[in-house]
Design a protein around this ligand. Structure first.
Ligand SMILES: Nc1ncnc2c1ncn2[C@@H]1O[C@H](COP(=O)(O)OP(=O)(O)O)[C@@H](O)[C@H]1O
Ligand SMILES: [Mg+2]
Length: 270
């Protein structure tokens, strides 16, 4: 059976698509047949981050409306043999995705032998986000260390526990927390929420990883590459750690220490 993972957050712009791209590339790189689905109808960010935007002919809505077969719409990743992208539609009709249509696509992906189906959720807690999470076995809840993001993630957790297939069946979606755009210096100065407060006091979801704020993320996406393909970058390493932990490996958190300022930086306040 394919395992379905939703990448969700509530708030927009926190790093869901960045996470979906790197997480699915990490799974595929370890030999798992993986598909990542862009549920963000009308926006289409995932294909840009994965560098496959020019290869798109059909999309998720084409499959649901019967305009194309699923196998016609899947775009093969440029680098990884085992990775496929199901792109979002550019349509403005946010209701183009139907419950039955999404269920049929999940079933067919399972029949095609995928090990993992990663669902990149749109922002918000409305229909689009609920469709993305409905079939999930596990959830990566992406949060930034700020109160508005944490509050929205708390709402999403409520939905995961009530509006999913697992919840209907009386079981539960396994939740994992990812804190992204984390800046240890600012956290130490009290300008950002600290990890313990977010994970253990407010959300009470096990932390699977922390991604530092990093220029490499933007640089990678400008090159149409998930940042996990930049193993020299802290963000790339931390995404690799998340994939490893997801697959059961134990790895300590890293890149969380406050960098000591050099003499000149202290002198000139840099
Ligand atoms: N760890 C990070 N460090 C710096 N910028 C990041 C990081 N993660 C994401 N970003 C940037 O934040 C913006 C939103 O990211 P994205 O993944 O599209 O969020 P979402 O899918 O939640 O809307 C993008 O410009 C992205 O490059
Ligand atoms: Mg997104």
């Amino acid at each position: 059976m394919a395992k379905i993972i939703v990448v969700t957050s509530g708030k927009g712009g926190v790093g869901k698509t960045t996470t979906s791209a790197s997480f699915s590339a990490g799974l595929a790189n370890r030999g798992f047949k993986t598909v990542v689905i862009d549920f963000d109808v009308g926006l289409r960010n995932l294909d840009l981050i994965m560098g496959c935007e020019n290869r798109i002919v059909y999309d998720f809505v084409d499959v649901i409306t019967g305009n194309a077969k699923l196998t016609q719409a899947l775009v093969k990743d440029k680098q990884l043999e085992n990775l496929y992208i199901l792109p979002a539609s550019q349509t403005r009709d946010k209701d183009a995705l139907t419950d039955e249509g999404v269920a049929a696509v999940m079933k067919e992906l399972n029949e095609l032998g995928f090990d993992y189906i990663v669902c990149d959720s749109p922002a918000g807690i409305e229909r689009g986000a609920q469709l993305a999470m409905y079939h999930a076995d596990e959830a990566l809840i992406v949060t930034n260390p700020e109160i508005s993001s944490v509050r929205d993630s708390d709402r999403v957790i409520g939905l995961l526990q009530s509006r999913t297939k697992k919840a209907e069946e009386g079981s539960s979606v396994r939740e994992h927390l990812i804190v992204t755009r984390y800046n240890p210096e600012r956290a130490a100065q009290g300008e950002m929420m600290d990890l313990d407060t977010i994970a253990n006091e407010i959300l009470r979801v096990p932390l699977i990883g922390v991604i530092p704020e990093s220029n490499a993320v933007l640089e990678a996406s400008n090159h149409g590459q998930p940042v996990i393909h930049y193993p020299e970058s802290a963000a790339g390493q931390c995404y690799d750690d998340i994939v490893a932990r997801f697959l059961g490996e134990e790895r300590p958190l890293r890149h969380l220490d406050v960098k000591k300022k050099g003499f000149f930086q202290r002198l000139f306040g840099g």
